[in-house]
Design a protein around this ligand. Structure first.
Ligand SMILES: Cc1cc2nc3c(=O)[nH]c(=O)nc-3n(C[C@H](O)[C@H](O)[C@H](O)COP(=O)(O)OP(=O)(O)OC[C@H]3O[C@@H](n4cnc5c(N)ncnc54)[C@H](O)[C@@H]3O)c2cc1C
Length: 438
């Protein structure tokens, strides 16, 4: 940065963490001409990733909740540039962005480079198939809106086919197997149970809800292995009440077009298979620019969230490996962690511009909530309100679950616009079908 120029701040990845950060920086620094703020993302719209299982099930139309980056940029004082980062030149302080091609493979935007003084990498995570045979080829993933939409189309097509066929259903023809009983797998299974009932109401009544068998397969000894045991037990009980088959202590060793095989010799037939069993940071991050990365490609950061080998490069959210004080593991890949990290980096950059000390990040776990569709929500609250961990269920838990997303929206739009959005959403819901039917 030359003495008279303003700093160039580049945020790569406009997800749960990156979009909040760039919005705050844009409002406080970009609009006042104190810094040049740029967001680079490989897609044109943002969706809050915890909603993706609803998009997959069809209970949410992604277009209802998408935020267009260009519009957000215009209102919030930053620039948006479309493209997928694939390289980093630390010496010249430049990132490189791959050419953007359209659906037909025609190049729309050529390869570009962007200069930075401060770079924040917040590109999230993708599913980790751990190299297990057949997963990539035969499973659906829920890492992006388009993947969730592909799943929803596949589900509807399977329904339409079964509804009109004149012979009995084949074994596993409508069965769905979900690998991984973390929040994604659990929430998706409950949503799919709801959808099976709703599609019958909409006239696809040749197929009975009980024709759709939903199975969750988990290698650990309980569902939601990362959460307290009482929450796992309550969730498993709720899932079993819905008729979801829960298989724990079952490690998947192979996925074929027709079934899933486990180490213990079980073969689970399923036409639709979803992989939700672990994450890794995107492959392009591995050792990028000579930075330190771990075995799942996450950028290793100090408590200031600066990467260990370069103070001008920060990383936040799922793609960073940050020590969780008092625990053996790192800060977990959660939306609340990405939100807290975005707030800290915002302060850190402002402090740097004023030559003040940098704040250090400590993860505050406020608990976790798991939505079981319209049936119930279970969760635990941590911290000062509960003096430890308190299990909550039902309406209260549902309200708190919804408030997580509202808080994300408030940080992007402010209270007034979120109020208006919520009202318009309620009106829209009253005239549209309960699930997306195309
Ligand atoms: C189905 C599902 C349900 C979940 N439910 C919960 C939940 O209930 N509670 C919870 O706390 N967490 C939940 N999570 C996890 C939560 O969504 C993530 O922890 C959170 O989104 C991480 O935020 P992030 O900013 O790190 O990344 P993301 O929100 O994933 O955003 C990453 C952004 O980077 C962009 N990007 C990626 N690669 C590049 C590149 N090379 N160049 C440019 N841009 C790039 C992407 O387009 C995206 O916009 C869920 C996740 C999923 C998938």
């Amino acid at each position: 940065m030359t003495t008279n120029s303003i700093p160039k701040i580049v945020v790569v990845g406009g997800g749960a963490g990156g979009l909040e950060l760039v919005t705050k920086l844009g409002r406080k620094l970009g609009k006042k001409g104190k810094a040049e703020i740029k967001l680079v993302d490989s897609t044109t719209t943002h969706i809050w990733k915890p909603l993706l299982h609803e998009v997959a099930a069809g209970t949410l139309d992604s277009h209802e909740d998408e935020i267009e980056y260009l519009a957000q940029a215009m209102c919030s004082g930053f620039n948006f540039r479309l493209g997928k980062m694939d390289g980093l030149d630390r010496e010249n302080k430049q990132i490189s962005v791959a050419p953007t091609v359209n659906a037909k493979g025609v190049e729309i935007i050529p390869r570009r480079t962007f200069d930075y003084d401060f770079l924040i990498i917040s590109v999230g995570s993708v599913s980790n198939d751990f190299g297990i045979q057949g997963v990539e080829k035969n499973c659906c993933f829920l890492d992006t809106t388009s993947q969730a939409e592909v799943f929803q189309t596949k589900l509807l097509e399977a329904y339409f086919r079964a509804h009109t066929q004149d012979k009995p259903l084949d074994e596993g023809q409508l069965d769905i197997a979900i690998v991984g009983a973390g929040a994604t797998g659990v929430e998706l299974s409950a949503q799919l149970h709801e959808v099976a009932h709703t599609l019958t109401i909409y006239g696809l009544d040749e197929v009975k809800p009980e024709d759709v068998k939903i199975t969750i397969i988990e290698a650990a000894d309980r569902v939601l292995p990362g959460l307290p045991e009482n929450l796992s037990a309550a969730t498993q009980h709720e899932l079993e009440k819905l008729g979801v088959d829960v298989l724990t202590n079952e490690r998947v060793v192979q996925v074929t077009p027709k079934n899933i095989k486990t180490e213990s010799g079980k073969v689970i037939p399923a036409a639709i298979k979803v992989w939700a069993a672990g994450i890794k940071a995107p492959d392009f991050l591995k050792d990028i620019g000579g930075l330190e990365t771990n075995w799942i490609n996450q950028l290793v950061v100090k408590q200031t969230l600066q990467t260990t080998l370069d103070d001008d490069i920060y990383s936040i959210g799922d793609c960073c490996a940050c020590k969780w004080e008092g625990h053996d593991e790192n800060v977990p890949p959660r939306a609340q962690a990405a939100h807290q990290m975005a707030s800290l980096v915002y302060k850190s950059i402002r402090n740097r511009m004023k030559d003040k000390d940098l704040p250090e990040y400590a993860y505050h776990d406020y608990g976790s909530l798991v939505s079981l569709g319209r049936y119930s929500t279970v969760g635990n609250m941590m911290g000062s309100i509960s003096k430890g961990s308190l299990m909550i269920e039902g309406f209260m838990a549902r309200m708190m679950y919804l408030s997580l997303y509202k808080m994300h929206q408030v940080s992007l739009f402010g209270f007034f616009r979120v109020g208006m959005l919520t009202i318009s959403h309620l009106f829209r819901r009253s005239v549209h079908p309960k699930i997306k039917l195309h």
